[in-house]
Design a protein around this ligand. Structure first.
Ligand code: FMN
Length: 221
């Protein structure tokens, strides 16, 4: 029998959050939270929901994997001819959300996409297992295909000869989300959660020298 969905309820009691705990650099704070998620055996802590918006203003979301935390943002890899890739080409503004239920935490990020270098694309692609390299080559991600067999036989062809170099397709690579807003959320009892948000101060450059600064505030839950 299906449970009464409206009766599903959980109190959040694992932690609390204050701006002083997070410091002044949100990506450093994110790195710390990410390490804590890894140490808490969160299932696929690096899985994040990425939302893109089409030129017509229609949003779409899917899971991708975080692969690097940089000074200015985060990196993921994908097929750039996919639906998300096409939407990003038209509109580089995206958002992501991580939900780490075991820690009763959520992190939301907003930012603008930029390509990572071809060298970094190659470095990551050739570090992947051969089967994943073949997968990237055979899958026209997001396109309609007639059946599963098309993929299976293409995979078998690529994997049959172990000596054959599987070259990175030009349309496969990484995107860096240069983050301009990050929100850290910690669940609290009675739904009075903690939310601390960092918003990038875009105009913060003095005498040609650009230095990042963040406005930090608390939001009502
Ligand atoms: C746990 C998990 C991890 C995933 N990681 C990636 C990823 O890193 N890159 C990627 O392109 N797709 C990844 N996917 C598949 C995407 O969710 C999605 O199906 C695919 O990218 C096509 O999306 P699109 O048609 O909106 O472009 C992952 C899916 C799951 C469930």
């Amino acid at each position: 029998m299906t449970k009464d969905i409206s009766a599903l309820r959980k109190e959040y009691t694992k932690g609390q959050l204050d701006a002083s705990i997070l410091g002044s650099d949100p990506l450093k704070a994110f790195r710390q939270w990410f390490t804590e998620a890894l140490n808490s055996e969160v299932l696929e802590a690096n899985a994040m929901i990425l939302s893109t918006v089409s030129m017509e203003g229609k949003p779409s979301s899917r899971v991708v994997l975080l692969k690097e935390i940089t000074e200015e943002g985060i990196v993921f890899f994908t097929n750039k001819s996919s639906r998300k890739g096409q939407e990003i080409a038209q509109n580089p503004d995206v958002s992501v959300v991580f939900f780490w239920g075991e820690l009763e935490r959520q992190v939301r990020m907003e930012g603008r996409i930029r390509d990572i270098s071809e060298e970094a694309n190659d470095e990551y692609f050739y570090s992947r297992p051969r089967i994943s390299q073949a997968g990237a080559v055979v899958s026209p991600q997001s396109q309609v295909i007639s059946d599963r067999g098309v993929l299976d036989s293409a995979m078998n062809d690529w994997l049959a000869d172990e000596t054959k170099l599987i070259q990175r397709p030009a349309h496969w690579g990484g995107y860096e989300i240069v983050v301009n807003r990050i929100e850290f959320w910690q669940g609290r009892p009675g739904r009075v959660h903690d939310r601390i948000v960092f918003v990038l101060n875009e105009n913060d450059s003095s005498e040609g020298e650009s230095k990042e600064s963040w406005n930090i505030c608390r939001l009502a839950p």
